[in-house]
Design a binder for this molecule. Sequence first.
Ligand code: DP6
Length: 386
Amino acid sequence: MFVETCIAPVNIALIKYWGKRDEDLILPINDSLSMTLSTDEMCAKTTAAASDKFEKNTMWLNGEEVPFEENPRVMRCIQELKRLASKKPSPKFPVEWKLRICSKNNFPTAAGLASSAAGYACLVYTLACLYGVDQEELTSIARQGSGSACRSLYGGFVKWQMGSKDDGSDSIAVSVAPATHWPEMRVLILVVNDSKKKTASTKGMQRAVVTSDLIKHRAEQCVPKRISEITAAIEAKDFEKFAEITMKDSNQFHAIALDTYPPCVYMNDVSHAISEFVHAFNEAAGSTKVAYTFDAGPNACLYLLEEHVSQVLEAVQRSFPSDCNSNEYLKGIPVKQNSNNSEILLKDSKPYGQNLLKYVIHTKIGTGPKLLSKDESLISTDGLPL
Ligand code: DP6
């Protein structure tokens, strides 16, 4: 039995991908740009095994067996990797061998956080290690699992170039800057209490392309300018500019969601309260110290620099108080609370309400996927999930 285990990170878009020009190949109508998060707090982990003893392909996701031969996106990723493997002069093992794949997320899927990007990036990266194929074409394969997954194959800041070819061969992710370029970059994910079912990204963007007029304006006029401006802001480590572009793009993406017919409503009242809070905080601070972005759900992702984490978190806790003890409220990197009263901002403003947030995850910029050692396997030596 040949077996490999890898982890892959989550990425959060600063300039959103929204809208496809080809549904099968997953080709977007605009470039997008994201930051990769550290795998210490959130990641997907996958073990893939191949053996001549396996009679059928099997996959387990978060402990449950899932049918995957009916899933065209998974099958396309596997086929593409097999195609690369069979081109090798001496493959490690016959590509016809059946596979067993076991995958887990180390963060609660119930949190409604984008898990498909990390999941597909991890699947593709692990299979590439298993078949021993080189890493060159991997982003265009991961893209065919879930568009945003192509950006999770690199660390730091990553751009997905929409490309122009019909076969999608130039629709790939490229590194804009590694994590070491801006290591002070931190993220607070504010997980909002919410039970409402949301329109999935795939459906939402499909409907937007057909019905929204704004989406064309964004893709043609706004995104190209924003991509070049945010790239320059990242290069210069200009946080204020970076923050402004990020917030404007998030707002425009949700404006397009509302311009879709019937509309897609992803942000809720708590999300809007968070956005208001961020602007009030920056106003009180006298400069832009924190930026928000929202994906296809109500949770907020706040970008900020390490030096401001304790001050921002203090203000978040005052504005969004919770009955949870601080261990349950704050997950991820521990934060030393600053007791210096003069640094507390918004201390006199009224809280938005009790328990509006489930919890907060504190994480930071991170690197790309990693190959793990054999002891980290999710599949036992007899080929069963552990
Ligand atoms: C709002 O990559 O999940 O997170 O390609 O249909 O699988 P599919 O969509 P997906 O869409 C992500 C949308 C987004 C913005 C982004 O990550 O760029």
